[in-house]
Design a protein around this ligand. Structure first.
Ligand code: HEC
Ligand code: HEC
Length: 350
């Protein structure tokens, strides 16, 4: 029977053998396994383009051809002008100056508030060429011809005002364009991961006992991305660091809970509560924002606990809340702790 795992293993072995040795030098015992890869097979895999453009296939394309291909194959996800931040950070969005192109260092990167784009960051044009050729369009990777990639790159670079609109980008002039890449001097190489000195790749003193650690790890969503996919607080997202974060614009200030305390809100979804309760506003039952505002304070925990387990009606209106006896006690505890943790009526935690 056909078996992918063994087929792939055989292919991988053939490739690694062919790369290092010719058939006649195969170590004893494996001569009968597979066969050396052919030149064609090897070149099908050997597609990387290096910073000095070694490996770059010959070809050319201009800005106008690039625009046509872009609109057909890329714009749906990256925006007509490469400015969409819906699927990924924008590829082009201004923030590059003539001076940057001169110095090879994008000044706006010093400002943490400025949105990052691909063109602001990438140091080597080969990376862009290579990435697009291998990986894009996302839904059909490796479907572009070299000429199409040249054209697309010409279009992207023109959007960023790095090249003129009459440029015909090709393997013959790509190094001239590389010399204009706005952040070409922005790649650090003096960090440990790059260094081959054999030294540790971290700096600082070693501390193994009684160490004073003063470290805050945090992350945040930029404003423009806040509500890109709806209000996270109303969705069941168990694996996101932003699970439970209130992202709806009109109440963006009312952060439902900081990321660490987000788990209870996931539990609410898993425990079947969100069918009747949403975070804000009445559904079948009252919104959790109203509940939290009303029952802030640990002294309310016991009451809420029994109400959730036994159900009941009359506090918020005539519709009864059904008994929820199936909750395990850890889950119930987390939910009740969260429900009573608000310090004021905005729903924020202490
Ligand atoms: C179906 C959606 C989709 C389409 C169509 C698409 N892309 Fe992408 N593109 C993505 C996603 C998603 C990423 C991020 C992928 C990742 O990081 O693994 C990305 C990343 C990129 C990046 C790298 C950005 C960076 O800074 O790392 C470039 C450049 C790019 N795409 C160019 C193109 C080009 C050129 C086309 C058209 C030929 C195209 N894309 C079509 C979804 C798409
Ligand atoms: C079938 C709909 C429904 C489901 C499912 C549901 N609730 Fe309720 N819930 C209600 C209604 C209706 C009320 C208002 C009851 C009242 O007025 O006393 C309510 C009230 C509450 C209150 C406020 C109680 C009070 O006395 O003020 C809390 C807390 C609560 N629910 C938590 C939960 C939790 C936690 C879950 C999931 C384990 C859950 N609910 C599942 C309908 C529901």
């Amino acid at each position: 029977m056909f078996n992918w795992a063994s087929t792939l293993t055989a292919v991988a072995m053939v490739l690694s053998i062919a790369a290092g040795a010719v058939a006649s030098e195969l170590p004893a015992g494996i001569e009968t396994i597979g066969r050396p890869a052919t030149d064609n097979e090897l070149s099908a895999w050997d597609i990387d383009v290096r910073p000095d453009f070694l490996g770059l296939p010959p070809g050319s394309g201009d800005v106008w051809q690039g625009e046509e291909i872009w609109l057909e194959k890329c714009a749906a996800c990256h925006g007509d002008f490469g400015d969409s931040n819906e699927v990924f950070a924008p590829i082009v969005l201004g923030n590059i100056t003539d001076e940057d192109i001169e110095t090879g260092r994008v000044a706006a990167l010093q400002d943490p508030a400025v949105a990052r784009t691909t063109l602001m960051k990438v140091a080597t044009l080969s990376t862009l060429w290579d990435y697009i050729y291998r990986a894009m369009p996302w839904n059909a990777p490796k479907s572009l011809t070299p000429d199409e990639v040249y054209a697309l790159l010409a279009y992207i670079l023109n959007l960023g005002y790095i090249v003129d609109e009459d440029l015909v980008l090709s393997d013959a002039n790509i190094d001239e364009v590389q010399a204009r890449m706005p952040n070409r001097n922005g790649m650090r190489q003096d960090h440990g991961l790059w260094s081959l000195r054999g030294e540790p790749d971290v700096n600082g003193d070693t501390c193994e006992t009684d160490c004073e650690v003063d470290l805050t790890v945090s992350s945040s969503l930029p404003d423009y991305a806040m509500n890109a996919h709806g209000n996270l607080a109303e969705q069941v997202r168990s694996v996101s660091p932003y699970a439970g974060l209130w992202t709806a614009p009109e109440e963006a200030a009312q952060v439902a809970a900081p990321p660490v305390a987000a788990a209870p809100e996931t539990l609410l979804g898993q425990s079947g509560c969100t069918g009747c309760h949403q975070m804000a506003g009445q559904l079948v039952g009252p919104g959790f924002d109203a509940i939290r505002a009303r029952y802030a304070g640990a002294e309310n925990a016991a009451y809420l606990e029994q109400k959730i387990v036994n159900g009941g009606a009359g506090v918020w209106g005539g519709i009864p809340m059904p008994p929820m006896p199936g909750l395990d006690s850890d889950t119930l505890q987390s939910i009740v702790t969260w429900l009573t943790a608000a310090t004021d009526h905005s729903g924020e935690e202490s």
